[in-house]
Design a binder for this molecule. Structure first.
Ligand SMILES: Nc1ncnc2c1ncn2[C@@H]1O[C@H](COP(=O)(O)OP(=O)(O)OP(=O)(O)O)[C@@H](O)[C@H]1O
Ligand SMILES: [Mg+2]
Length: 505
């Protein structure tokens, strides 16, 4: 399309001066028409004089009358052959006349994703580069939603694979399908598989190495706070309710006692130690000292909740020293939880995810750790679990300070609504996560989901229509309010590595 002429015209607010007439003025066109009429008249006269005949009757037919079949030729509008003259306008006018079709792009810095379908240009994206560059881009977090098999995980894996080239690291704290393991291996990273009978162990009470900038005493306080938060989350997940004040006290006192004893024995505290202390009311009452009352009695539920982690279906996995040390230099780390939670009850998965993310967090909170992606694939399975959402939200809020971009993958926008009833804490947390994602990528949605998607994301009717017709790998990208339709392009090597359809063939 023609560009604005530089100078005064380019600054005008009104669109009308931007229309470019055909480059001739009126008198010239009039003169040309007259010339043409004269030439035609001359030609007709010459034809009549040479043949000596009258023109055929049909030529004398008035111009306004057409044959009964209608107007002949390409202007008949039949057979899909309507030809209209090309309409020329500037990109400034086009953006107003056809909102959403013409976007300026996000610049050339970043990870190559694929093709911007409307602009017919390469599309690159890097949340860290865009931060502070475009208005409204307030955080690096990304939400990715789409129906099954549309290529959500493939896109997340491309993000991971391609951003490793930029020196970013990738952590996948929860991989319920085990599909990230080949990617981690291909990138020279680590994958830890957890499940009954597997050798992998993670001790969620591992203390992170102290950053040099933090003094010893402050760090001890921080480690204690994180451990308490973790124990609280685990207990709430198993109990399915909030903790009572006395239960909080019991956890507090138990943790201090266990940490002290472990330090004296020169080892790290374990969840088993916590469960063991909680299960002994007399010990707990004695340890509580002045606040003791019936603390041991009040901690009974808590003791049973902790028991599940130590002796129940998760036995062993989180109650032993970690079998792998967290290596912050590894390009990618994924935790394969595919052996857990296949039975429809996601509690085991959520507990494992809580322990795994606590274990990872202790390393992630190093602000000098560089830029990192944390990928929550299949996050829709985690939405119903308030304590986990709370942890995720804390992570989300810290993202800018730590240089972390969170990527949450869900099926439909209404997954966020399953976190609780309107006005409940769970719902508020889930909506908070959405609000803290400046980038939303929407893959195809089912027709009955369009309304929820449109209202949660504030989509226009054109965008809502578009997301119901997207094909595999193609998504609507809303980046800080700007819209793109992007076709994610896979390299053949990626295609092989990311293939999740192989069992279907
Ligand atoms: N852009 C693309 N081009 C070609 N093939 C693709 C593309 N994206 C994904 N695929 C293929 O589609 C298949 C399904 O993709 P993927 O597993 O990423 O879907 P998904 O949306 O994560 O599904 P689910 O909801 O089941 O997790 C994979 O085998 C992948 O190789
Ligand atoms: Mg997937």
């Amino acid at each position: 399309m023609p560009q604005h002429r530089p100078g005064r015209r380019a600054r005008r607010a009104s669109a009308s001066p931007l229309f470019t007439p055909h480059g001739t003025d009126r008198s010239t066109r009039k003169a040309a028409r007259r010339q043409l009429a004269e030439a035609q008249a001359k030609a007709r006269a010459e034809a009549t004089s040479t043949s000596g005949e009258h023109p055929p009757a049909e030529q004398e037919m008035p111009r306004s009358a057409y044959p009964s079949a209608g107007r002949p030729g390409s202007a008949s509008a039949r057979g899909n052959r309507l030809r209209l003259p090309a309409h020329r306008m500037t990109t400034a006018v086009a953006a107003g006349a056809y909102p959403f079709l013409a976007e300026g792009g996000l610049g050339a810095d970043g990870i190559y994703i694929g093709r911007d379908v409307h602009a017919e240009a390469a599309f690159v994206f890097d949340p860290f580069t865009l931060y502070g560059k475009i208005d409204g881009f307030t955080n690096p977090n990304v939400l990715l939603a789409g129906v099954i098999g549309q290529g959500k995980s493939a896109l997340a894996k491309s993000f991971a694979l391609r951003s490793v080239a930029f020196g970013y690291r990738v952590y996948v704290p929860c991989d319920p399908k085990g599909e990230w393991t080949p990617v981690a291996q291909a990138l020279g990273g680590t994958s830890i598989a957890l499940g009954p009978g597997l050798p992998g162990r993670l001790n969620p009470l591992d203390a992170a190495p102290r950053p040099p900038s933090v003094v010893e005493a402050d760090w001890a306080g921080e480690v204690r706070k994180r451990r308490l938060l973790l124990l609280g989350s685990l207990a709430r997940t198993v109990l399915g309710r909030d903790l009572m004040p006395m239960e909080h006290t019991a956890l507090d006192i138990t943790l201090d006692g266990v940490v002290k004893a472990a330090a004296a024995a020169g080892r790290t505290p374990l969840l088993g130690d916590i469960a063991h202390t909680l299960a002994q009311p007399a010990l707990l009452d004695r340890a509580a000292g002045t606040v003791s009352g019936h603390l041991g009695e009040a901690a009974r539920d808590l003791a049973h909740a902790m028991r599940r982690l130590v002796h129940g279906d998760l036995a062993g996995m989180f109650d032993a020293p970690s079998t792998v040390a967290f290596d912050p230099a590894t390009p990618m780390l994924s935790i394969d939880l595919s052996r857990l939670g296949g039975s429809g009850d996601d509690t085991a998965l959520v507990l494992a995810m809580t322990c795994a993310s606590a274990w990872m967090e202790s390393a992630l909170t190093d602000p000098r750790g560089g830029r990192r992606w944390i990928v929550y694939d299949e996050a829709w399975r985690l939405m119903r679990h308030g304590p986990l959402l709370q942890r995720m939200q804390a992570q989300w809020k810290l993202s800018r300070g730590l240089g972390i971009a969170n990527l949450m993958v869900i099926h439909r926008l209404s997954d966020l609504l399953t976190a609780g009833d309107a006005g409940s804490q769970g719902r508020a947390l889930a909506e908070g996560l959405l609000a803290d994602c400046s980038t939303r990528i929407i893959y195809r949605q089912e027709t009955d989901q369009l309304h929820a998607a449109a209202s949660l994301l504030g989509l226009t009717s054109v965008e809502t229509e578009a997301i119901s017709h997207l094909s595999r790998g193609r998504g609507l990208w809303k980046v800080a309010g700007r819209s793109f339709i992007v076709q994610h392009l896979l390299h053949p090597a990626e295609q092989t590595l990311f293939d999740t359809d192989s069992r279907m063939h």
